[in-house]
Design a protein around this ligand. Structure first.
Ligand SMILES: Nc1ncnc2c1ncn2[C@@H]1O[C@H](COP(=O)(O)OP(=O)(O)O)[C@@H](O)[C@H]1O
Ligand SMILES: [Mg+2]
Length: 414
């Protein structure tokens, strides 16, 4: 079927989508190149073209990942084969950005369809959480059709605010609590973050956060930013991202990444992949606003590791380095963080981990081991910051960066 790819009320390109499988089969006419999704224009023999494969990749990444917990049951309930089929059923609308697809020659407008101002159906959220009582006549108009990530989740309007509810995974259901703990740590350190709280639904904990995207701003993932241009030979992943941000005129990107790396070290985050952070831009003027507040910090704090193994656990690290000790070396200014603000955080951590019904999943000894492990990490950073006199010029290459810092510290972190 023929559609117009829209950015709010701007017609960006005429496209054809095979609705049965959710694939863009044709891009016939580009109307506003600058409003195309980030990273879908490539150069071919000195000419800029819309790369249909890249546009399809962007489009497919809007659908719920096949790895989402419980997705095959949800698809069975809806009578669908793949999550891609859900996209056009809600015009591809999301609550994280302002793109959508308008059936050709329809009179729909952004004001009429967007989920920021208009209510949306609970049907798909109910199905995704496995709580639906319906077996047919689903109302597909929901931002849940375009939500990313593996945890069971849904958008819900609570007191007039669009909120994202996310579950935890077996055995410990720890992610919702971890989101709250990460919020508290960042709040104390003065790091820009999304604030999470817990709600319980039938003895199951969910994290709740408000939408940080508005009718004028949108989230562009770091993954998309990296599609803007290939990595140069003298760039590592870190510099590839930082340099593109600088080329876009984004201010304070190094300090925002410093804060993210420090947070991820403190909470032993294993999942800061390139779709779990990004930039905010003004959707109308296309001006870059800066780094998005830090969200999705739940796969951390040894969330899937039995407590006896926590002290010896090999914590995975993303996105720039394979180990947190290596990644910490990319921090340009550790002294800026006042780690004494984290004094007593252990009590807050155990309190959060042991709140209400969480004792069904997490016991006292687990919570104490986690709190003590965070304390160790704080102590380590505090010591590092004391010794740390070197500020890094980020125009250096990776080897320069690492040599500089390695000379300063001969320390093993994990
Ligand atoms: N508060 C929020 N406001 C707007 N978009 C959000 C918010 N939180 C998450 N998102 C979007 O939803 C996606 C999935 O949420 P995320 O917290 O990353 O879930 P998961 O833990 O399953 O990966 C994110 O990648 C981001 O695009
Ligand atoms: Mg995520």
């Amino acid at each position: 079927m023929k559609y117009i790819l829209m950015h709010k009320n701007i017609s960006v390109a005429e496209i054809k989508i095979d609705d049965a499988v959710g694939v863009i089969t044709e891009v016939s006419n580009v109307l506003r190149k600058e409003h195309l999704p980030i990273g879908v224009i490539h150069s071919l023999r000195h000419k800029e073209i819309v790369d249909r494969a890249a546009l399809n990749h962007w489009w497919r990444r809007r659908s719920i990942p096949a790895s989402r917990m419980g997705i095959s049951d949800a698809l069975d309930s809806l009578g669908l084969y793949e999550t891609g089929e859900l996209l056009t059923k809600c015009f591809g609308l999301s609550l994280s950005d302002h793109y959508w697809v308008k059936p050709f020659e329809s009179a729909l407008t952004w004001e009429k369809v967007n989920f920021f101002d208009n209510d949306f159906s609970d049907d798909i959220g109910d199905v995704l959480l496995g709580t639906s009582r319906k077996i047919s006549d689903f109302d597909f108009l929901s931002p849940d059709n375009t939500s990313d990530g593996n945890l069971k989740k849904r958008w819900k309007i609570i007191n007039g605010k669009r909120c994202l509810l996310k579950s935890g995974s077996e055995l410990f259901r720890q992610q919702p609590f971890n989101e709250v703990i990460a919020s508290k740590i960042m709040e104390r350190l003065g790091i820009d973050h999304v604030s999470y709280r817990i709600i319980w639904n039938e003895n199951e904990p969910f994290s709740v956060c408000e939408n940080f995207v508005t009718n004028n701003t949108e989230l562009i993932s770091a993954y998309r930013i990296l599609q803007i241009r290939p990595k140069e030979n003298n760039e590592n992943e870190y510099l590839h991202y930082v340099n593109i941000c600088k080329e876009l005129g984004v201010k304070n990107i190094v300090s925002a990444i410093d804060a993210m790396i420090v947070t991820d070290y403190l909470i032993a985050n294993e999942d800061r992949h390139f779709n779990n952070f990004g930039l905010l831009r003004n959707a109308d003027t296309l001006e870059w606003i800066g780094a998005a507040p830090i969200f999705d910090s739940g796969n951390s704090l040894w969330y899937n590791i039995a407590e006896k193994n926590i002290p010896y656990a090999d914590v995975k690290c993303k996105p720039f380095k394979k180990s947190h000790s290596e990644q910490l070396r990319l921090v340009s200014d550790l002294k800026r963080f006042d780690f004494s603000k984290l004094n007593g955080i252990e009590d807050e951590i155990t309190e959060i981990l042991l709140s209400e019904n969480s004792r069904n999943f997490i016991d006292e000894s687990r919570s104490e081991i986690i709190a003590a492990s965070v304390r160790k990490r704080i102590d380590h950073l505090q010591k590092m910051a004391l010794d740390y006199n070197q500020s890094i010029d980020n125009s250096f290459t990776e080897n320069d960066l690492e040599e500089n810092i390695a000379e300063e510290y001969d320390m093993k972190i994990e």
